[in-house]
Ligand binder design. Structure first.
Ligand SMILES: NC(=O)c1ccc[n+]([C@@H]2O[C@H](COP(=O)([O-])OP(=O)(O)OC[C@H]3O[C@@H](n4cnc5c(N)ncnc54)[C@H](O)[C@@H]3O)[C@@H](O)[C@H]2O)c1
Length: 553
């Protein structure tokens, strides 16, 4: 009996172990696919291959597999295709059991995948590129990352095109010339026409095919959280094809799988316009968030509560989308998408001048905003006579936004890294996050060259950082608590209980306008110190409390 080593296994995040396919498994898998596809074709279903079973692809695959005609009959058979790497192969067997390869707060995700795999039998997953040979439609949902070489300087970076470029080549080698290739990946504007098209055209030529590949672009607006599925299926889409036929095909396809009757499609003239729409959309959002950073500092230094100021302004309907940024802007998209635009201008379109000012500045501000939280924590502890280097600091919230378990590029990660560098002992609580992989697997997650670890010293011990689920336990013996995310669990914490659980007065740092004035006052009365991003008025409350105490004495 053979005894395969661990390198021939792929481990799911929860530790389940799956053996990687051997060379012989490919022919067996091809036979399995042929059988199932013949059957599905006999039922009149279109074959759709989704490449990349990540956060987007896994759920998009299920949305397509769940699509039905007016009579309730499934119209598509979907093959989720994923590379059989040790890192990602586990997604395939998991999906084939009807279990989602992504964790989500949306109660629709798991039943939908289970329904499509096990009941409707309209969804399967595979590791073989042979699946592409049978596709009428291929959806590309693989990543296109932006690698930053410095912290706080997005210009010092580049788009990581390798996986995407390879996939265009593989697709062109395998598909039939009539296959629609729909790129959903957020790409550097120009990618569909100037990178995908020439790569695929060359391969087509080698295959003796004279036609143009039918390429289209339509970006995803997926929102992690409880409306994950709806943010794909019940949401507005923008699309564009490389020529008339590609446009006709992409419009037809999206109308069949997405609720375009309620959320009408916007069809743009060229793919570069659809690609640019995605980048501008996210750069706009990154910019309005970054804009508040300087006013947040202004507020802290001049006794102003920025939260009240924003609420006063938002009464005006023209300004009601103003948002307070919290400790940095995370998630997968906002920190990188503007970078793809800058990179494209020079490296895809060949311009030498530097037209971008606001977009890179916004990303740089957002990428470093969390560092200020470490300063506030240091100052709050100093005011209590406690040196930061010997303090136990609790970070409340690991994810990048409220009530989700997504930790990608969260402000909290930077807070933990900076405070650790400064010598503090860190602990973390988050009801939505079981494992904070950015720390537990910081040598290879999200990839060896991507960990933010590389910008800080003294990070080794953070491998042992575990997320505490019990808030009382997490608070016990803490010198400081940082309210880093607006999770619903933190909005109504009672100051008396917090101090009681901590075992005495602590420093409280509010990064998200969570504390109202009543609570801030109570913390001071209990002997705590309070600081907050954009919350300059806390000093006024502190003085009032101390004055009152003195007059009582
Ligand atoms: N995650 C979000 O919240 C979100 C929202 C909107 C848009 N997007 C965009 O969607 C795209 C995909 O993002 P994601 O979060 O799903 O990424 P991801 O990293 O979770 O998933 C990508 C998957 O593609 C696989 N892959 C890579 N090369 C492959 C190949 N040659 N063949 C088959 N599979 C391959 C990877 O192994 C991985 O499983 C990105 O462009 C992203 O910017 C993401």
């Amino acid at each position: 009996m053979t005894n395969p080593s661990n390198s021939t296994y792929s481990f799911s995040p929860t530790g389940e172990k799956f053996q990687l396919p051997s060379p012989e498994d490919y022919s067996t898998e091809l036979e399995r696919l042929k059988d199932v596809i013949n059957h599905q074709r006999s039922l009149g279903r279109e074959i759709v291959v989704v490449m990349g079973l990540g956060f987007v692809g896994a759920v998009m695959a299920a949305v397509v597999a769940d699509a039905e005609d007016g009579k309730g009959n499934p119209t598509k058979f979907v093959i989720g295709m994923q590379r059989p790497s040790t890192r990602s192969f586990w997604k395939i067997p998991l999906m084939n059991l009807g279990r989602p390869p992504v964790s989500s707060e949306d109660p629709e995700v798991a039943p939908m995948i289970d329904r499509c795999v096990n009941k409707k039998k309209t969804l399967t997953a595979t590791f073989t590129y042979d699946a592409l040979k049978f596709a009428e439609v291929v959806i590309v949902d693989i990543q296109c990352d932006y690698l930053k070489e410095s912290l706080g300087d997005v210009r010092d970076g580049r788009a990581e095109m390798k996986a995407l470029e390879e996939s265009f080549e593989i697709i062109a080698q395998n598909i039939s010339p009539q296959t629609l290739v729909l790129i959903e990946t957020t790409v550097a504007p120009g990618t569909t026409e100037q990178i995908a098209y020439p790569i695929m055209k060359k391969v087509f030529k080698k295959r003796g095919l004279k036609v143009d590949p039918l390429l289209a672009h339509s970006f995803e607006r997926v929102m992690p959280g409880k409306n994950y599925v709806a943010s794909i299926r019940d949401f507005w889409r923008v699309c564009s094809g490389i020529n008339e036929e590609a446009t006709r095909r992409v419009v037809k396809f999206l109308k069949e799988v997405i609720h375009t009757d309620k959320f009408p499609l916007t069809v743009l003239d060229r793919p570069i316009e659809s690609e640019t729409a995605k980048i501008v959309e996210n750069s706009f959002r990154a910019t309005i968030l970054a804009f508040m950073d300087e006013w947040s500092l202004f507020a802290e230094q001049n006794g102003v509560d920025l939260i009240k100021v924003i609420n006063a302004i938002k009464v005006r309907p023209t300004h009601n989308n103003m948002i307070f940024p919290g400790p940095g802007i995370g998630g997968y998209c906002l920190p990188k998408d503007g970078g793809l635009g800058l990179w494209a201008y020079r490296h895809v379109h060949g311009f030498e001048d530097d037209i971008f000012k606001i977009t890179p500045l916004a990303i740089d501000i957002n990428d470093t905003r969390a560092l200020h939280v470490a300063q506030l924590t240091r100052d709050a502890l100093r005011n209590m006579g406690r040196p930061l280097a010997s303090a136990e600091i609790l970070v409340l919230g690991a994810s990048y936004r409220e009530d989700v378990g997504d930790t990608r590029y969260s402000g909290s990660e930077l807070i933990v890294r900076r405070l650790t560098e400064m010598g503090a002992e860190l602990r973390v609580h988050d009801p939505y996050v079981l494992h904070w992989w950015e720390f537990e697997r910081q040598d290879d997650y999200p990839a060896s060259s991507y960990s933010l670890k590389r910008f800080f010293r003294g990070q080794e011990k953070l491998k042992d950082l575990r997320v505490e689920q019990d808030l009382k336990k997490a608070l016990h013996g803490a010198d400081a608590a940082i309210l880093a995310v607006r999770h619903k669990h933190y909005l109504n914490l009672d100051p008396d209980e917090v101090v009681q659980n901590a075992g005495g007065p602590i420093a409280v740092v509010d990064c998200f306008g969570i504390l109202d004035d009543h609570k801030i006052r109570r913390y001071f009365e209990l002997g705590c110190e309070v600081k907050g991003l954009g919350r300059g008025h806390v000093k006024r409350i502190k003085d009032q409390v101390h004055l009152k105490m003195q007059s009582v004495e």
